[in-house]
Design a protein around this ligand. Structure first.
Ligand SMILES: O=C(O)c1cc(=O)[nH]c(=O)n1[C@@H]1O[C@H](COP(=O)(O)O)[C@@H](O)[C@H]1O
Length: 278
């Protein structure tokens, strides 16, 4: 099967470098005139799929907002994933999983095994039980054309105390994560399937992203305060690999489908200009 990196590379070439999150916050449901229940969740998700499924390269449902409604919410997540895949968008499920290896194997089969009801193109994962503990995810992803985005430098201010702590060899914890993921992408063409998450909010930190050769998901744009103009400062020469990610900034434009599409078009234009150095 074609690798996730190759599929993502093509999707970005065709649709532009943009990921939009489906984050049905209670406040957003209210803003859209929807009830804070499974029916509201379903309507919200359907609308985002209708508006953006055939427009943006990657859509990132945030699992927590579906899980909070229990099994019926997870059912809506399953159908949202199916609809997104049918509409041609790549689905990056934001679950930030991490555990001992034997349990990670179960998470891998939940999200990266094509026979699973929650099968997606890629997931987010947390490396804080050691990057090596995520190996079962990397293996199943590689076998099935999937991808894994590993947290390196997150967009929230609390992340720095852990991620920028200095390990025994003098590198930051984040740099060790970056270096281990870079190894996984060695030799992959045109792009590796193993990505990193680096928040657009963090400013210049001096981390070396030049050898990653995989996608760099950049959340924190819009609602968390970062702008497209920050991407150059954060990513430096690695900007060609950046996949900017917006949730509330775009979702605030709903529920009107045309307005959602226009909002995604606007942020994509801002990112293209910033990534091109214009
Ligand atoms: O993995 C993520 O997507 C993620 C990593 C990170 O460092 N910061 C971050 O905000 N996110 C997610 O990205 C989305 C950001 O949403 P907005 O702030 O509304 O654009 C949320 O779903 C977060 O869970």
């Amino acid at each position: 099967m074609e690798s996730f990196g190759a599929r993502l590379h093509r999707a970005v070439a065709e649709r532009g470098p943009l990921c939009v999150g489906i984050d049905p916050h209670p406040g957003l449901l209210a803003r859209w005139g929807l009830s804070d229940d499974v029916e509201g969740l379903e309507r919200f998700s359907r609308t985002v799929v209708e508006a953006l499924g055939d427009q943006v390269a990657v859509v990132k449902p945030q699992s927590a907002f579906f899980e909070r409604f229990g099994s019926r919410g997870v059912g809506i997540l399953e159908s949202t994933i199916r609809q997104l895949r049918n509409s041609g968008a790549l689905v990056l499920l934001d679950v930030k999983r991490g555990d001992i290896g034997s349990t990670v194997a179960a998470y891998a089969s939940a999200y990266l095994d094509p026979s699973s009801p929650l099968y997606v193109d890629a997931v987010t994962a947390s490396p804080y039980l050691g990057v090596g503990s995520l190996a079962p995810m990397f293996e199943l992803a590689a076998a099935n054309g999937g991808g894994v985005f590993v947290l390196a430098l997150t967009s929230n201010p609390e992340g720095a105390s852990v991620q920028r702590a200095v390990a025994a060899d003098g590198r930051t914890v984040a740099q060790t994560v970056i270096d281990e993921i870079s190894q996984l992408n060695l030799g992959a063409e045109p792009l590796g399937s193993f990505g990193l998450v680096v928040g657009a909010t963090i400013g210049g930190t001096g981390h070396d992203l030049s050898a990653v050769h995989g996608p760099l998901l950049a959340p924190g744009l819009g609602a968390q305060g970062a702008t497209a103009a920050d991407l150059r400062t954060v990513f430096g020469s690695a900007v060609p690999s950046v996949l900017p990610s917006y949730s509330r900034e775009v979702l605030h434009a709903g529920p009107d489908v045309a307005a959602l599409r226009a909002a995604a078009e606007r942020v994509l234009g801002e990112c293209r200009a910033a990534l091109a150095g214009a």
